[in-house]
Ligand binder design. Structure first.
Ligand SMILES: [Mg+2]
Length: 260
């Protein structure tokens, strides 16, 4: 049996896939909350605001107060505010990124005279945006990756993730991002632990990608579970290097009910 005081759920491939809930997700989350387990929904996805993610979860039958939702956009706002206070930012990303940075007190600009270039998944990425990012970073703006996911899973197909936009910018500015906020780095998990007021050892981290979710959870010294309802297969989990190996592999989060 597992005894954890808090669970950090990845979203895509764990709680839902595209617009559809993973079967049994809502019921399982309700069951775990009934056992007194605290829940946080934590996604590297940067396109939606926290409020939009909470609304999507609610449509899938999962009530999630906004305090229980953490996105890489929200985390980037916290990171930049804690480290640099304020400033002007140019974003390569969607409304979730712009809105969260603006709510964190940053001035979102459409030109290259900025302090930060923040990059997430942008499904309207253009040469004009690439040029502005290029000019800004050449003028010494810091290059920040909200997340570096290579792939963005939809219901029944995959599409390119923000790593492609980061690679395009990296190619012309000749360097990698100065800071990368999303998993596999542990910054978002630190925000989640603070929010739940728990230690890493009291937390279970669940995700569907060994090199992103499980690596982050292991680095954070939390217990890690890989579910096979998203991107990774059991074979990939078995072949993963030690630091990406989960403590446990389950078909989906619906199997958690048997363990608590
Ligand atoms: Mg995922």
């Amino acid at each position: 049996m597992l005894k954890f005081k808090g669970i950090i759920f990845d979203l895509d491939g764990v709680v839902f896939r595209g617009a559809k809930a993973i079967p049994g997700a809502a019921e399982t989350i309700q069951f775990l909350r009934g056992k007194g387990v605290k829940t946080i929904f934590l996604t590297n996805a940067s396109m939606r605001t926290r409020a939009q993610v909470a609304e999507k979860l609610s449509k899938l039958g999962i009530s999630a107060p906004i305090e229980q939702v953490i996105t890489s956009s929200y985390g980037t706002g916290i990171f930049l505010r804690e480290k640099f206070g304020a400033g002007r930012v140019f974003t390569v990303g969607e409304n979730g990124l712009r809105d969260e940075l603006s709510q964190a007190g940053f001035q979102v600009c459409e030109h290259e005279n900025v302090n930060f270039v923040v990059v997430g998944l942008d499904r309207e990425f253009t040469y004009a945006k690439l040029s502005t990012a290029f000019k800004a970073i050449r003028k010494r703006a810091l290059f920040i990756a909200a997340n570096s996911n290579p792939i963005h899973p939809m219901e029944d197909y995959l599409q390119p993730g923000s790593a492609s936009m980061i690679a395009a910018i990296s190619a012309c500015v000749g360097k990698q991002p100065d800071y990368a906020i999303g998993k596999p780095n542990t910054f978002l998990l630190e925000i989640a632990a603070k929010q739940m007021q728990l230690q890493a050892s009291e937390i279970l981290v669940i995700g569907d990608i060994p090199e992103i979710d499980i690596l982050a959870g292991n680095k954070f010294n939390a217990y890690t579970i890989l579910v096979l309802s998203g991107v990774a297969t059991r074979e990939q989990a078995e072949k993963a290097p030690a630091e990406q190996k989960p403590k446990l592999v389950l078909d989906s989060i619906a199997d958690l009910k048997k363990l608590f």
